[in-house]
Write a protein that binds this ligand. Structure first.
Ligand code: GLU
Length: 447
């Protein structure tokens, strides 16, 4: 049986780092096993699901390189859910309930005040035909609950190890709303069964759902998949990410923070595992290193600073071809490999290349505060063509002529040539600046 996994976001908002980590782990699991990866949009919440969020999910996954082999949308499958619901009603596993949300709240509050767990009391199961007829005559419409077996539910979780629940400690879940709409707890199982999902890898917020859903798989005659529940990411202080969804959305990391896809993938593939976080330039490398057994049960912390540091390390390694598109999008159409290799050691984000482009290709007001020395240096500038050896030849000659060395030699040259005290190696920048500009800047002219 070939491995099949799915990533099943609800298109009700932007994907954030926590969501996309689960997509990545599913994808890596599938690729490692030679299996397939399904993207499923859980869009039955029609009030909150939006096409632009669905598009955003596809854009984010594509940007990260997480291609999907299969695609499904729950809103295409209502007919199938109705069919399964009808069968569950016929077998008595789905039963109609008439309590209003207020009545259910009161029941829960009363149980909690007695120190008891707020488990649904199954009052609706005790209704007779006449009671139901009377309630419906009052204008009430039923929602439908799944009747759990009061037996133990057990599975071996790939992250948590053996997990045990008592059916009697769980509330019968509502699977069909009052308006007839099926809910996630049911639709997810029907899809996983129909689409032959072998491994469900998701957040640990779903552990209790799994206990219930295993019984639903059994009731609908579906093969029960293997489960893995990953601890959810928190921010650096240990708080859940939900409060900062905007700033930690994949879209904002890409568009506002200038994060490279492989920086995010390198971090998220390893966060919360026993592997060290190292820059990786391809997803294939992450596939080779992936093993779900390395995922720890401890809560992983997401630190945006760590992501930015990793982004810098990735940029320092990325070849020009991998950033040419991004440079062109910044307006640096003429940037070439020599420019990229000169400036990348100084970048944390690709957009910062613009500053160095301005230094090599636009007028700079030099800091020419040592004019006599700079004039001597200018007179020694070699003829073009210039290459990576020009700087060494030239400064060797300047040193011999002036007797200066170290900072006294190099800093005035850097300040005159770039207008700054720090930056990429001048050996790389000098040929990009060129002789005409260099000469003018050494003479204190803006050039
Ligand atoms: N749509 C669900 C969610 O986003 C999917 C959970 C699951 O993987 O089953 O939480």
């Amino acid at each position: 049986m070939s491995v099949a996994v799915r990533f099943a976001p609800s298109p009700t908002g932007l994907l954030h780092v926590g969501n996309v980590r689960l997509a990545l782990v599913n994808w890596l699991f599938a690729r490692k096993a030679g299996g397939n990866f399904l993207l499923r949009l859980d869009d039955t919440d029609e009030e909150r699901s939006k096409p632009e969020y669905a598009e955003g999910i596809e854009r984010d996954l594509t940007w990260l390189g997480l291609t999907w082999d299969r695609f499904a949308r729950e809103s295409d499958r209502y007919g199938r859910y109705d069919e399964v619901a009808a069968a569950l009603k016929a077998s008595g596993r789905l039963y109609p309930c008439y309590e209003t949300p207020e009545e259910l709240n009161l029941k829960r509050a009363s149980l909690v005040s007695q120190g008891r767990p707020p488990i649904y009391d199954r009052a609706a199961l005790r209704l007779g035909d006449a009671d139901r007829a009377r309630l419906e005559a009052e204008g009430r419409k039923p929602h439908w609950r799944f009747k759990l077996e009061h037996t133990p539910v057990e599975w071996t979780d790939l992250v948590r190890g053996p997990v045990h629940f008592e059916g009697s400690a769980l509330s019968d879940p509502v699977l069909i709303r009052e308006d007839g709409r099926p809910l996630y707890t049911l639709t997810s199982v029907v899809d996983d069964a129909d689409l032959a999902i072998t491994h469900v890898i998701r957040g640990e917020d779903h552990v209790a759902n799994t206990a219930v859903q295993i019984q639903i798989f059994e009731a609908v005659g579906g093969a029960v998949p293997v489960f893995a529940h990953l601890p959810l990411l928190t921010d650096a202080t240990g708080q859940g990410l939900s409060k900062r969804l905007g700033s930690l959305s994949v879209a904002s990391l890409r568009e506002e923070e200038g994060i490279e896809p492989m920086a995010l993938a390198s971090l998220l593939a390893k966060l919360g595992t026993s592997d060290a976080i190292e820059p990786r330039l391809t997803l294939d490398e992450l596939v080779a290193e992936f093993d779900i057994a390395k995922v720890s049960r401890a809560t992983p912390k997401f630190d945006p600073e760590e992501l930015l540091r990793l982004n810098a390390r990735i940029l320092h390694l990325l070849p020009f071809e991998r950033v040419a598109g991004e440079l062109a999008a910044l307006g640096l159409d003429d940037a070439d490999a020599a420019f990229w290799e000169a400036v990348r050691p100084n970048l944390s984000r690709v957009a910062e290349a613009r500053d160095w482009w301005a230094v090599t290709h636009a007028p700079v007001a030099p800091a020419a505060d040592d004019p006599a020395f700079l004039a001597e240096a200018a007179a020694l500038l070699p003829e073009e063509p210039w290459d990576l050896s020009t700087w060494g030849t030239w400064t060797g000659a300047v040193k011999a002529k002036t007797g200066r060395k170290g900072k006294d030699l190099f800093l005035p040259l850097r300040r005159a040539l770039t207008g700054r005290d720090h930056g990429p190696e001048l050996k790389n920048l000098l040929p990009l600046i060129g002789r005409t500009r260099a000469q003018k800047r050494l003479a204190g002219e803006t050039a």
